[in-house]
Design a protein around this ligand. Structure first.
Ligand SMILES: [Zn+2]
Length: 352
């Protein structure tokens, strides 16, 4: 019970909310799926009804969801996006493409549009890829596939309904499974790449913020509990962080790199590393994401850098300029001149 409370409290992303609603499904073989998608729709309707008291139209969620849907060329009318009145930090996707962004999550990120867009894109990734249907059918096939091949089980039998209810409750606790979470993360990053007003490193910033919040609880866990959390895909694992970092590097053609500690690389040269300042690490993430976008969109030679004490100005024709502050450079680059020299080595045009 303790684990359950913990995992619900810290869940950054969630699977679904179905088991608690109760349902009567017609389970039938169809197009390779044992459970029909109209059964998913029916489950979705039950989810909507069960949460009607807590749900509301949040204009911010609607605005950002429309952008996420448009970026992916999907049909907004096939989805519902709502706010959920609760202090829990979460967002989730129920069957039938019904997505909720919880008030506690919006508060946790101070209404940050980029982070909300990123998490919305993750949830849309679950919905667009039909993860509820696939997960339920996989579990169903594993349990009953052999028997069904030999002798049909009545699809509305008590046995199967009881199975679906139990499995749905397991999904509530453990999410869709790691493979589906990876697919949703990939979908979210691809979405961000298509949205010019969302920083490519948004996932990195969000994972880090959640991890910092979770770390004290994680440190107190036994090895067994940690293993359980690894099975549970909701906490941001190092692998998820590294995946987004790798995607940013790829997006820039291998030219921009970012490490967990905020070290930023340009053309395999370390250009700076913030220390002892949490805000500076986030700033470095944002900078790497922005640099990767500039390099991808405008080309590496469009960058101009200007140093002023410990400020680094990054200027790009047509995209304005941004100032990135770092409180201290690493040992290999402890003064601005050296950084500028490294930028020159990296092939960037430098103005001073
Ligand atoms: Zn997820």
């Amino acid at each position: 019970m303790k684990m359950k409370m913990w995992s619900l409290k810290v869940a950054a992303f969630i699977g679904i909310v179905v088991g608690v609603f109760g349902f009567h499904l017609q389970a039938q073989a169809y197009s390779g799926f044992w459970v029909k998608d109209d059964a998913e729709y029916a489950m979705g309707q039950r989810s909507l009804a069960a949460r009607a008291g807590q749900s509301y139209q949040n204009p911010l969620v609607t605005e950002l969801a429309q952008k996420v849907i448009a970026a992916n060329g999907l049909d907004f009318s096939h989805y519902t996006f709502q706010g959920l009145r609760t202090n829990e930090i979460n967002a989730d996707c129920a069957p039938g493409k019904n997505i909720w962004v919880w008030d506690g999550f919006i508060s946790f990120v101070n209404g940050d549009k980029e982070i909300i867009s990123y998490v919305l894109a993750h949830e849309v990734g679950h919905a667009a890829n039909r993860h509820w249907l696939k997960t339920i059918n996989k579990r169903y096939t594993n349990a009953y596939g052999a028997a069904l091949l030999g002798k049909a089980i009545a699809p509305n039998s008590q046995q199967i309904q009881s199975f679906l209810l139990t499995q749905s409750q397991i999904i509530v606790l453990h999410g869709y499974g790691l493979d589906k979470e990876w697919e949703a993360d990939a979908f979210a990053q691809s979405t961000v790449e298509k949205m010019s007003d969302v920083n490519l490193a948004t996932g990195l910033v969000y994972f880090r913020r959640v991890w910092i919040m979770e770390e004290p609880a994680f440190a107190k866990m036994t090895a067994q509990q940690r293993q359980a959390q690894y099975i549970n895909p909701h906490p941001p694992s190092p692998e998820r962080w590294q995946y987004v970092s790798k995607r940013i590097n790829e997006y820039s053609g291998g030219k921009v790199g970012i490490d967990y500690d905020g070290t930023v690389w340009l053309n395999k040269n370390r250009i700076f590393k913030p220390v002892n300042e949490e805000g500076a690490i986030e700033q470095a993430y944002w900078m790497a994401g922005w640099l990767a976008r500039v390099v991808h969109d405008l080309g590496f030679n469009a960058l101009l850098f200007k140093a002023d004490d410990s400020n680094v100005f990054v200027i790009t024709p047509g995209m304005g300029s941004k100032t990135f502050w770092v409180d201290k450079f690493d040992d290999d680059a402890d003064d601005v001149n050296l950084i500028m020299a490294k930028l020159k080595i990296a092939g960037a045009k430098v103005i001073e």
